[in-house]
Design a protein around this ligand. Sequence first.
Ligand SMILES: NC(=O)c1ccc[n+]([C@@H]2O[C@H](COP(=O)([O-])OP(=O)(O)OC[C@H]3O[C@@H](n4cnc5c(N)ncnc54)[C@H](O)[C@@H]3O)[C@@H](O)[C@H]2O)c1
Length: 246
Amino acid sequence: MKSAIVTGSGAGIGESISKKLSENGYRVGMLDLNEDNVVNASKKIENSTPLFGDVTKEDSISRAFEKFGETPDLLVNNAGLVLFNPLEEHSIADFSKSLNINLLGSFITSRILSEGMIKRGSGSIINMSSINGINPGPGTGAYPAAKAGIISMTQQMAIEWGKFGLRINCISPGFIDAGMSKPIYADPKVRKLRGGAVPSGRLGEADDIANAVLFLDSENASYVNGHNLVVDGGVSNSVIAQLPRE
Ligand SMILES: NC(=O)c1ccc[n+]([C@@H]2O[C@H](COP(=O)([O-])OP(=O)(O)OC[C@H]3O[C@@H](n4cnc5c(N)ncnc54)[C@H](O)[C@@H]3O)[C@@H](O)[C@H]2O)c1
């Protein structure tokens, strides 16, 4: 049985990734800072273990991984957050918090778990970026910088850890109707405008991202390393198509 640890899996996309992995025969460690959420989410998912942990704190992550009891085949660095307000009003503390959870947190968990993966000579890590890592969105503080850093860190991990038998890739979701974006798309006007702007004609679902995780961890992707898989229905390429000509 393959095993995986998914961070930020007490809600949203991480919960869907955990469910998809479980349905496909994985034993899943569901790690989150929100203990109540992850315990409740894990109750609904077969072969899953709730793990309490803060990705910004080495000790807390080491303890959670110990509780899981084995080095998993797959680590999904999905925990993240976005703090909204204009840069000129953005506090240094908020900028730093967002950078730490999104970028540093993905390194901390990877650094700790890669030790066992390197010893074993196999493992897969999937980092969660965003189309904001390619096209910054206004009012999102450090989020785009952190997500761009995740794409670069993924490439760095691949060039340094490929020789140990590891594959490290990342996913950049687009407009996903789940998790942190759910409240935004609760407004029917925003749903229509945003969904209509996507070449594939709809908002994305958490399951679209879970399917990408399954692909990147599969044998079908065995020669894919250091890649950023954009899962956005084509929206990040459609800037020119949407500019008025008159
Ligand atoms: N929803 C979207 O539209 C969208 C789009 C692009 C990228 N993403 C990325 O997908 C990932 C999941 O986002 P989501 O939409 O499901 O958001 P979400 O807010 O529903 O889930 C994030 C989870 O991370 C957990 N978390 C936060 N800080 C943590 C910490 N320090 N340690 C451990 N866990 C922590 C939260 O408790 C929460 O359960 C994030 O990395 C996000 O940036 C989301």
